[in-house]
Design a protein around this ligand. Sequence first.
Ligand SMILES: O=C(CO)COP(=O)(O)O
Length: 257
Amino acid sequence: MRQVIAGNWKMNGLTADAEALTQALRDGLVKAPTGAVVVVFPPFTQVATVGRILAGSGIAWGGQDCHIAERGAHTGDIAPEMLRDLGATHVILGHSERRRDHGELDETVREKTVAALKAGLIPIVCVGESEDQRAGGQQQDTVGWQIKGSLPDGFGGADGSGGIVAYEPVWAIGTGRTATVEDIAAMHGFVRAELVRQMGETAGRGIRILYGGSVNAGNAASILAVPEVSGALVGGASLKPADFLTIVSAATGHPAA
Ligand SMILES: O=C(CO)COP(=O)(O)O
């Protein structure tokens, strides 16, 4: 299974920034082709621009969220079909920043996931415990409930390739405090077991599990080598082309377990 390296730009990037970053990624991957699947997630305002630059490059793009409905009276929201219309193939759902800033609950995330799948997008559904939950030893319970609540039946399709889960411990996001490889191995093993339990053997084993939380050019190789890590969801470092390309190159030739 090819690892997925996903760049979540979050709320960053005016047109000139997005163009420069995208062009640098495109040029970089022409010079150093990768075996990994590379996907970038610009803010909505830049999806069309990024898509135009990346068309035909082999690099995919997506949105950072979508609405449950296909269209209608939902001021300020974006339908999954609108992302598809711009050539997007993926969408991030249930990121902890959306759970925090917009009060998104597991049930909402599940409904969004259903809508994204219906529109033909591959959802990357984010789960992860807070600092307090980890301090209380609640990381597995928390993530287990999030998986149960956020993933619809049939998530991933028959072979699991249609859906992705990202394990992002909240305390590791944007803090520079990466989880240890032991913690990552334990949590990814737990997520894998939960996916197999819920989705069955074939789909449960085929669903990719990305790690996210302060992944950078220096730690990517050791994180991507952890069993059951099928790629990375990268925030801050995805805004720096050289760093992101280094992370992509760390995934090359390392088929996930
Ligand atoms: O939230 C993240 C990706 O979705 C991770 O962000 P950082 O890589 O900036 O910690």
